[in-house]
Design a protein around this ligand. Structure first.
Ligand SMILES: [Zn+2]
Length: 359
C-alpha cells in the first residue's frame, strides 16, 4: 500500500498579496510539519512532482476564451473579483495545480498509488467553466475528473468538505449523472449557494447533494452526515473512484469560517472515506487540497491527519496543542447537531425519488 503525496515547491510561488488569506504560508507550514513528522520518508508514502496540465486537458472543463483571458491577464496582471486578482505568471501556477490534481487522480486510477493527496494551490472549487472566483482560477477537481473519464473511468463520487460550498464544481457537473457531487458546507457563508433543494438538472437530477450546516457544527455532525447520507449514496452509486475536495477551513481555528471540526475528527472522517473506498472501489481515493486559512493553528494538523489516515497510520497523535481545547469549546454550538439532523431528514426525503437508499 502506497500513498502518493503530490507536491512541487512551485506551488509556493503563487501569491495575490502577502496579506491575502490564500497565501504561500498555507502550504509551507504544512510542508514543515510533514517534514518534522518524518512522513516524507515513511515507507508507505511516496512524494511525486506533477507535470503541468495541458491546454487540452483544461479545455475539457473551461471555455477556451476564459483560458485565453487568463493567459493574457497573466502577462500583465489582471482582475476577476476583489478576492481573485490575477498576478503575473498566474496561469503557469494554475496549470501546475491542475496538473497536481490530475497526476494524483491518474496515478491512483492506474495503480501507481493506492490513494493520493494533491497538496496544490491555488485552489479550484469556486472556478466555473467560464470564470474564476473566490481565490480559484482553474477547477482542479473538475479537470481531474474529466481527465479520468477520458482515461476510462465511468463514475466519480466527489466529496467536497471545504467549509464553502463548491459552487464551481457543482455547476460543471450539474446535469451530469456520471458524477455524484456531494458537499457539506457552512451556511450562511460565501458563496451563498448550496441549499438542499439544489439537486441537479436534466439527466443529472438527484446527482447533486448539498448538506448545508450552521456555524458551530463539529465532528459529531460531520460523521453523522457521512454515515447517514454520503456512505449509503456512495454504495448505491458505486463509483470507480472517490475524489475529495479537501478544504481544511472546517477547522475550529479557521479565521474565515465558523465551524468546529477538530484535526482528529477530520482525520477520522478521511479514515472512514478510505474504508468506504476499500469496500466499493478497490480503495481508489484521491484528495485535492482546496481552502483552509488557519495557517499555523489548523492547516498543518489537518493536513497531517489526512495523510496519516490515507496511509493507514495511527491517528492518536493527530491533535492540536493542549491549549486549543478552550477555543474548540467556544467554537462549538451544542444546538447545531439537532439542526443538522433535521436538514439531513429533509434532504433524504427530497432525494427519495432518485435513490433507493432513501425511499
Ligand atoms: Zn473554503
Amino acid at each position: 500500500m502506497t500513498t502518493g503525496l503530490i507536491f512541487d515547491r512551485e506551488f509556493l510561488l503563487h501569491e495575490q498579496s502577502p496579506s491575502h488569506p490564500e497565501r504561500r504560508e498555507r502550504l509551507s507550514y504544512t510542508i514543515d510539519q510533514i517534514e518534522e513528522a518524518g512522513l516524507f520518508h515513511h515507507p508507505r508514502i511516496r512524494v511525486s512532482r506533477p507535470p503541468r496540465a495541458t491546454r487540452e486537458q483544461v479545455e475539457r472543463v473551461h471555455h477556451p476564451e476564459y483560458v485565453r483571458f487568463l493567459e493574457e491577464a497573466s502577462r500583465r496582471g489582471g482582475f476577476i473579483d476583489f478576492d481573485t486578482v490575477v498576478p503575473r505568471g498566474l496561469l503557469d501556477c494554475a496549470l501546475l495545480a491542475a496538473g497536481g490534481a490530475l497526476h494524483a487522480g491518474i496515478s491512483v486510477w492506474k495503480g501507481d498509488f493506492t490513494n493520493a493527496f494533491a497538496l496544490v494551490r491555488p485552489p479550484g472549487h469556486h472556478a466555473r467553466a467560464g470564470t474564476g472566483a473566490g481565490f480559484c482560477y482553474l477547477n482542479n477537481m473538475a479537470i481531474m475528473v474529466r481527465h479520468l473519464q477520458h482515461e476510462g473511468v465511468r463514475k466519480v463520487l466527489v466529496l467536497d468538505w471545504d467549509a464553502h460550498h463548491g459552487d464551481g464544481t457543482q455547476s460543471i457537473f450539474y446535469a451530469d449523472p456520471s458524477v455524484l457531487f456531494t458537499s457539506i458546507h457552512q451556511k450562511p457563508l460565501y458563496p451563498g449557494s448550496g441549499d438542499i433543494d439544489e439537486t441537479g438538472e436534466g439527466p443529472g437530477l438527484g446527482y447533486t447533494v448539498n448538506m448545508p450546516v450552521p456555524p458551530g457544527t463539529g465532528d459529531v455532525s460531520y460523521h453523522y452526515l457521512f454515515d447517514t447520507v454520503i456512505a449509503p449514496l456512495a454504495r448505491e452509486f458505486s463509483p470507480d473512484i472517490i475524489a475529495i475536495s479537501a478544504g481544511q477551513d472546517v477547522h475550529f481555528t479557521d479565521p474565515l469560517t465558523g465551524l468546529a471540526v477538530s484535526a482528529r475528527g477530520y482525520a477520522e472522517l478521511v479514515r472512514k472515506a478510505v474504508m468506504l473506498a476499500d469496500s466499493i472501489c478497490n480503495g481508489k481515493l484521491v484528495a485535492v487540497l482546496e481552502g483552509g486559512y488557519s495557517v499555523e493553528g489548523g492547516l498543518p494538523y489537518t493536513n497531517l491527519g489526512i495523510i496519516a489516515a490515507l496511509a493507514g497510520l495511527p491517528l492518536e497523535s493527530i491533535r492540536e496543542p493542549a491549549g486549543y481545547q478552550e477555543i474548540l469549546l467556544r467554537a462549538t454550538d451544542p444546538s447545531a447537531h439537532e439542526r443538522v439532523c433535521q436538514t439531513a431528514g429533509e434532504l433524504r426525503k427530497l432525494l427519495a425519488p432518485h435513490w433507493n437508499s432513501f425511499s
